[in-house]
Design a protein around this ligand. Structure first.
Ligand code: HEC
Length: 128
């Protein structure tokens, strides 16, 4: 009897560690919303770490949370899409300090194009 209890306890402990060590969902933008696959990829690689609920900077979270965009009222969404277009055009994001530390974070011309044309066409269709 004692032995079977200790086996049960062992199985529970092993199960606990198994669950702990199994891979989590990869952090990234929730799909199935307003984002195309191409846009999601750019956001996940270059923007999401800061502009998500788990981002470290309060300023970045206050400025933009990608997962909240689909739920914004129309006017606010259009304004945010406009902000996105502006920062991409002016090379303001990711912030210069981050690119200096990690040059891979820089938006490539092709990525700028993807983000910009997506934001422009979203804004256009909202304003129709
Ligand atoms: C390393 C963190 C970091 C990354 C990566 C990052 N941002 Fe930001 N972002 C910030 C911070 C901090 C702010 C708020 C302060 C500011 O405006 O500079 C901000 C502000 C913004 C704003 C609001 C700016 C305004 O003028 O209203 C937009 C839009 C934005 N980011 C878009 C993006 C996009 C698009 C990307 C990816 C291409 C991106 N960010 C990547 C940190 C980040």
């Amino acid at each position: 009897m004692k032995k079977s209890i200790s086996i049960i306890v062992l199985v529970i402990i092993a199960g606990y560690f198994f669950i702990q060590s199994s891979p989590r969902d990869q952090a990234g933008l929730k799909s199935g919303s307003i984002y195309t696959a191409g846009v999601k990829k750019v956001i996940d690689e270059k923007c999401y770490t800061c502009h998500s609920a788990t981002g470290k900077s309060r300023f970045a979270r206050n400025a933009l949370i990608w997962d909240s965009l689909p739920g914004l009222p129309k006017g606010k969404l259009v304004a945010t899409l406009d902000d996105i277009i502006k920062v991409v055009e002016k090379n303001k994001m990711p912030p210069a300090g981050v690119i200096k530390e990690n040059p891979k974070m820089r938006l490539l011309p092709s990525e700028k194009q993807i983000l910009r044309s997506w934001a422009e066409s979203r804004a256009d269709s909202l304003l129709k």
